[in-house]
Write a protein that binds this ligand. Structure first.
Ligand SMILES: Nc1nc2c(c(=O)[nH]1)N=C([C@H](O)[C@H](O)COP(=O)(O)OP(=O)(O)OP(=O)(O)O)CN2
Ligand SMILES: [Zn+2]
Length: 124
């Protein structure tokens, strides 16, 4: 099994509905995102998937969130834009884009609100 990790970031605003505290108010974060993909088989040049391709996919997905009020995106009309749900959103979007690369799957996505606080969504 091989595992690859890439990181990127985006800056956006959000607020948590029904949160008892300041996070119920509009505020922003510089979110860092770590994406982990995995697979069993290396290709003819002994790589699982070019970092360039994974970074491109992650950047495309994060551009959907960057400099937005996340609450306004259709996905987050019902779901609160917590780091947990943002990680799940990124996971599902990356999963969809990775379909063209046979034998490589998303393992986990971690979203860091700060260096000290992060949420991960993963599938076994
Ligand atoms: N499990 C989660 N808890 C919280 C989330 C979340 O997404 N998942 N989000 C928030 C708010 O977005 C808030 O911005 C972060 O709150 P907090 O940790 O209090 O941030 P501060 O920078 O104010 O933290 P201090 O360490 O107190 O400065 C809240 N919780
Ligand atoms: Zn927040």
């Amino acid at each position: 099994m091989y595992r690859l990790k890439v990181q990127d970031h985006f800056s956006s605003a959000h607020y948590l509905r029904n949160y008892q505290g300041a996070c119920e108010n509009l505020h922003g974060h510089n979110w860092k995102v770590e994406l982990v993909v995995e697979g069993e088989k290396l290709n003819e040049i002994d790589i699982l998937l070019d970092f360039k391709d994974i970074k491109k996919i992650l950047k495309e997905v994060l551009s959907e969130l960057d400099h937005r009020l996340i609450n306004e995106l259709p996905y987050f009309q019902e779901k609160n834009p917590s780091s947990e749900n943002i990680a799940r959103y990124i996971f599902d979007r990356v999963k969809d884009k990775l379909k063209v690369f046979e034998g490589v799957r998303v393992k986990e996505v971690t979203v860091f609100e700060t260096e000290k606080a992060s949420a991960t969504y993963l599938e076994e």
